[in-house]
Design a protein around this ligand. Structure first.
Ligand SMILES: Nc1ncnc2c1ncn2[C@@H]1O[C@H](COP(=O)(O)OP(=O)(O)OP(=O)(O)O)[C@@H](O)[C@H]1O
Ligand SMILES: [Mg+2]
Length: 254
């Protein structure tokens, strides 16, 4: 028996001039699973992430999250509901330490209206709890030893882990990751994928990931959607999708 999907898109359309970036895209993302979007350059993967995260409005179709229609909700409202994205190019505060970056990310996610802060009698206690939470996340990602390192001193791969740590501070349910291992050396790339699987298994997080590096990532994911020219051309387990002649053809044809 398959769980109800956490996220569903129904017949999404997004046009840029004459280009149909999304041409009737319907996908289902199951809870506590890692779902991956693959496809040649320009097939619509990032556009789909942008429509799900709220950075782009679709021209047609729907985005349903926990059965709620969120198609036209602004990004911060999706964030409040637990939908958090990371960017292909991480954007940490470069002169802040790893720990400070997590604390800032968490404040950005809280309702920090001045009144609330002033009325809060236990602000210091909250601060302490946040630091503890940040350390738990850094430990989970095995970068706790770097807590005091400035973000601009991190390697590319460590930066990706910091980006994930920042996302985790908001206690997301669904993480949208655009190319989480792009430009990362193979050892650290496997490490990042193992952390994703660990977060899935230990805290039941749900992932929707875009990635080109199939050699490294496919072994870690549960479901795959293959896109080509704005359409889903195949979906299923990694084995099913990779042996689908339509997928092979789409890659060879581009
Ligand atoms: N803001 C935009 N303005 C105009 N065209 C766009 C815009 N964003 C995307 N497109 C076009 O839409 C199509 C899908 O682009 P998208 O970025 O979603 O592809 P992708 O699958 O993420 O590709 P890649 O693997 O190269 O990242 C492409 O033809 C692209 O040129
Ligand atoms: Mg892209």
């Amino acid at each position: 028996m398959v769980d109800d999907p956490l996220l569903r898109t129904v017949d999404l359309e997004k046009h840029f001039g004459g280009v149909k970036a999304l041409d009737g895209v319907s996908i289902e993302v199951e809870p506590a699973k890692v779902t991956m979007l693959i496809g040649p350059n320009g097939s619509g993967k990032t556009t789909l992430i942008n429509v799900v995260g709220g950075a782009l409005r679709p021209d047609g179709g729907k985005v349903l999250y926990r059965d709620e229609d969120i198609t036209y909700l602004p990004p911060h409202e999706r964030y409040r509901r637990g939908i958090v994205r990371t960017f292909q190019v991480p954007k940490p505060f470069r002169s802040l330490s790893v720990l400070e970056n997590l604390l800032v990310a968490s404040r950005a996610g809280l309702d920090t209206s001045a009144a609330k802060i002033l009325l809060s009698t236990d602000w210091a206690k909250k601060e302490e709890e946040l630091i503890e939470k940040a350390f738990r996340i850094l430990e989970l990602l095995n970068i706790d030893h770097l807590w005091d390192t400035r973000a601009d001193q991190l390697s590319g791969g460590q930066m990706k882990l910091l980006e994930m740590g920042r996302a985790l501070m908001s206690e997301p349910s669904l993480l949208l990751l655009d190319e989480p291992v792009a430009g990362v050396n193979p050892t650290l790339a496997h490490d990042i994928m193992s952390h994703i699987v660990k977060l899935r298994d230990e805290i039941g997080l749900t992932f929707l990931i875009v990635e080109h590096r199939l050699d490294i990532t496919l072994q870690y994911v549960d479901r795959v959607y293959a896109m080509h020219q704005g359409r889903v051309i195949s979906h299923g387990t990694p084995e099913e999708v990779m042996s689908d002649p339509k997928v092979v053809e789409a890659y060879l044809g581009d």
